[in-house]
Design a protein around this ligand. Structure first.
Ligand code: ZN
Length: 247
């Protein structure tokens, strides 16, 4: 029996002469599907089975995976395709989803966040540093690793000019406690405030803030490093993105 599903293509691999295996993010989890002939130019499935295409799929169930019977593109993020840096960031987001998304749970929120981030990247409505860091912090929070940043984890103080951030626990020490423990309080406090703001805001308000350097760099560093510390995995797409923006 065939099933209909809407979903975003977050990974694809060529197989055979003109076929692809797709990973599709749906609101019921990740779906793997075989798309026959979709690499042929002007093929019936070609347009709706490209990376980052949000499509409506008709799928036939098979032994190991679904087969795409029909696909119709619903939404494409065309400006992302045309910009190597945006595309690299979007593929990093896709890899994070694949690494962090739990199986067998409600996954609608992951799809909503991903669609929202791609929309912002596509329209350039927000700067890339902010889209990336908010995505990282939101994904960590959603996956059960919400940073605990409301107060110094040693003395409970809610203020400090600068702090030490512990990437394993996602918490911080104020400058006095950092000095006592012999660790550097090198993170401006406004970066911690921004982390707090992002993880406690409704998704649609999560980017309603600004940060100037050097707090901006510290905030971005916390978001990326906190995620990497917990993924314990080399993230190739992130390495590629970081190499692109540093040239
Ligand atoms: Zn303290």
């Amino acid at each position: 029996m065939n099933v209909a599903k809407d979903g975003l293509i977050i990974w694809n691999a060529r197989t055979g002469e003109a076929d692809k295996v797709l990973t599709i993010l749906t609101d019921e989890g990740l779906v793997t599907a075989y798309a026959r002939g979709c690499l042929r130019p002007n093929g019936r499935l070609t347009s709706a089975t490209t990376m980052l295409s949000f499509s409506n799929f008709e799928l036939a169930s098979g032994k190991n995976m679904f087969t795409v019977v029909n696909a119709e593109s619903q939404q494409k993020f065309l400006s992302i395709y045309g910009d190597a840096v945006s595309y690299a960031l979007a593929t990093y987001f896709c890899e994070v989803i694949r690494l962090l998304m739990p199986s067998g749970e409600e996954t609608k929120e992951y799809l909503n966040i991903m669609m929202n981030m791609l929309h912002l990247l596509n329209t350039k409505a927000k700067p890339q540093w902010q889209i990336k860091a908010v995505f990282e912090l939101t994904m960590m929070t959603l996956s059960g690793y919400m940073p605990n940043v409301s107060a110094c984890s040693s003395c409970g103080s809610e203020q400090s000019s600068s702090v030490f951030f512990d990437y394993f626990t996602g918490s911080w020490y104020c400058s006095d406690c950092s000095a006592r423990k012999g660790v550097p309080a090198d993170i401006p406090f406004s970066a911690i405030r921004a982390v707090q703001y992002v993880i406690t805001s409704e998704p649609r308000r999560a980017m309603a803030f600004d940060l100037k350097p050097p707090a901006r760099e510290a905030f971005c560093y916390i978001a990326e490093r906190f995620l990497l510390t917990h993924i314990e995995h080399d993230v190739q797409t992130l390495n590629y993105y970081n190499a692109l923006i540093s040239t």
